[in-house]
Design a protein around this ligand. Structure first.
Ligand code: THU
Length: 157
């Protein structure tokens, strides 16, 4: 019998410790939460993706009365980014959220399984790690790649 371990490396930092470009991405993810359409859950999520062409694309969760038709902030941003700039590679994604009290969540939230799978595809297309920044009021987590959020991920290629 062989045992294997999958380790996820997470750096916990404060906003002030971030360099300017990461801070900017965090600001944009936080701002994107304000454009969320979440009348059902009242949980507002924002995502901002930095591309290798210098553009930053943001998105927010968009809900629907038919709940499964809703999309998360991460996929809204990712699909918009790739639909608009199909040749650009994803470099970094920042994700922020506000709870039902409208305040920023104290601890960062992590993308749902479906978003991890979707983001992984763009990381694979990029051919390089896409850094993931999870934003909370009391802490910010930096993960080195999407793959590190989805151990044993399915991939056809
Ligand atoms: N949501 C996101 O947009 N991203 C996440 O990472 C987790 C959840 C959305 C889906 C739904 O609109 C609301 O947050 C509550 O689950």
């Amino acid at each position: 019998m062989k045992e294997k371990q999958l380790i996820t490396r997470i750096q916990e930092v404060q906003y002030d410790e971030l360099d300017e470009s990461r801070r900017h991405l965090v600001d944009l993810a936080r701002q994107a939460t304000k454009r969320s359409y979440a009348p059902y859950s009242k949980f507002r999520v924002g995502a901002a993706i930095a591309l290798d062409n210098g553009e930053i694309v943001s998105g927010s969760n968009q809900e629907n009365a038919a709940f499964p038709s809703s999309t998360c902030a991460e996929r809204t941003a990712a699909y918009y980014a790739h639909a608009t700039y199909p040749d650009a590679k994803f470099k970094t994604i920042a994700i922020a959220a506000r709870g039902t009290d409208s305040e920023e969540v104290a601890a960062p939230i992590a993308p749902c399984g479906a978003c991890r799978q979707a983001l992984l595809e763009y990381e694979t297309l990029a051919g390089d790690n896409v850094e993931v920044i999870l934003v909370g009021r009391d802490a910010i987590y930096i993960l080195p790649s999407v793959r590190s959020t989805l151990p044993l991920a399915f991939s056809e290629f």
